[in-house]
Design a protein around this ligand. Structure first.
Ligand code: PMP
Length: 420
């Protein structure tokens, strides 16, 4: 008899009691086959053009070869394709070659890394020595937290933080508080008083699934009032939020009050990698004690593109302005269709559908009609919070947005997903 996978999710296959690795992988494959057979396989679609507001997809299974309007790139300002960013990457590679050849401690630390660190410190208005560059945003969180927080410490995290934070706090005491709930946070801070060496509150500046912002000012005040340290991952805020694109910290005027800032180069900066901004004593500690930094090869010379992207945030503010105009226009259009876009305040636009099956159907219909989005389901969000997730870019044109809105109108009627 065929297994019923209708309510399954990837989480179900993380561990299965009594199954060895091949049995577990076999069960997992059964789920993948179910997704493919039902044309719900919206993951790992093969693209044959670069990241951008339009993307070519290759023919795979039921996916037709062709050009799609894309809402899957977190390249908010379009810098993966910016001519000056590309030139900087090419110059970096021409001068230094393709790889760093070693970890930073034993020969892989170059002046293009130092230049980027200095630019990051200056961008966040900190003294030199306040930043460290990792090879992914994921490890900026996971490796930093793993090396800083131990058994005698406590991590107090908003329940909506990114998976990389959860990995980072696996070796310390952990308490989660309801998303953005100040009372719940304060209760934990009071309980934790005098019981732990370091109390670290960990939040995102902009949350990756709902696109809403942290109640940053209040959280910063509470955290410091109770002697805690505040870490903010603003992966989705930099380049998007704040008068000069310095993220949620700038918006809430707490740039100099957040103890540790983490972020990524894979979104606004149009590259790959991540960073941590903190007191130089912590940075110097991480350089030697953060295992994923110390024992892993340093970023490639292509990282020179990030230094250029940092300059461009200040030199070409029109990208941020254009992105904001797109956000306002697109949100208005979706709301006029009666769709539920939740509480987003950023370039991440969810359309909340709720029902898992309808959500998959919506993703499929959008794709069939030339619009490429991400249907998000459990465990990324709870089952009842299934949604279509989109990232807007400065380089989406009105034509792209209008076409997508037309398709949403059709999908909404067909699946009856409008909330009013
Ligand atoms: N933090 C947040 C909030 C994220 O959404 C992501 C990934 N999209 C990361 C960290 C990890 O960044 P990276 O892709 O650079 O590993």
């Amino acid at each position: 008899m065929k297994q019923d996978f209708t309510l399954s999710s990837f989480k179900d296959f993380e561990d299965i009691p009594g199954f060895d690795i091949y049995q577990r992988a076999g069960a997992h494959k059964g789920y993948l086959d179910y997704l493919r057979d039902n044309e719900f396989m919206n993951y790992r679609l093969l693209a044959t053009s670069g990241c951008g507001p339009e993307i070519e997809l290759a023919e795979t299974g039921y996916i037709k070869k062709g050009s799609y309007i894309s809402f899957v790139c977190n390249d908010y300002l379009g810098f993966t394709q910016h001519i000056r960013v590309k030139e900087a990457v090419i110059d970096g590679i021409e001068k230094y070659g393709c790889g760093a050849g070693a970890s930073p401690l034993i020969g892989g630390y170059f002046d293009y890394h130092k230049q980027l660190e200095d630019k990051l410190s200056a961008f966040f208005k900190r003294e030199k020595g306040s930043s460290i560059v990792y090879t992914t945003g994921y490890t900026s969180n996971s490796a930093t937290l793993l090396s800083l927080l131990k058994k005698e410490d406590i991590a107090i995290v908003d329940m909506a933080v990114h998976a990389s934070v959860y990995e980072g706090i696996s070796g310390t005491t952990t308490k989660r508080f309801l998303h953005n709930n100040l009372d719940a946070l304060e209760r934990i801070l009071i309980q934790a008083k005098d019981k732990f060496r370091t109390k670290m509150v960990i939040i995102d500046g902009v949350y990756s699934q709902d696109g809403d912002m942290a109640r940053l000012k209040e959280i910063q005040e509470l955290t410091h009032h109770y002697g805690g340290i505040l870490l903010v991952d603003d992966a989705h805020g930099i380049g998007v939020i704040g008068a000069s694109g310095r993220g949620a910290m700038e918006y809430f005027d707490v740039m100099d009050k957040v103890d540790i800032i983490t972020g990524t180069f894979s979104k606004t900066f149009g590259n790959v990698g991540g960073y941590v901004i903190a007191d130089p004593r912590l940075i110097s500690y991480l350089q030697f004690q953060s295992r994923q930094y110390a024992f892993s090869a340093a970023a490639t010379p292509a990282i020179a593109g990030v230094s250029k992207a940092i300059d461009l945030i200040d030199e070409e503010p029109h990208w941020q302005k254009q992105l904001q105009e797109n956000i306002i226009y697109y949100k208005k259009g979706l709301l006029e269709l009666g769709l539920d876009i939740g509480t987003t305040e950023s370039a991440i636009i969810p359309v909340k559908i709720g029902d898992v099956k309808k959500n998959s159907e919506a993703g499929k219909l959008l794709l069939e009609n030339g619009v490429y989005t991400n249907p998000i389901m459990y465990p990324a969000v709870s089952l009842k919070d299934s949604r279509i997730r989109m990232s807007l870019m400065a380089t989406h044109t009105r034509e792209h947005l209008d076409k997508a809105l037309n398709v949403f109108e059709y999908v909404s009627k067909k699946l009856d997903i409008a909330c009013r």
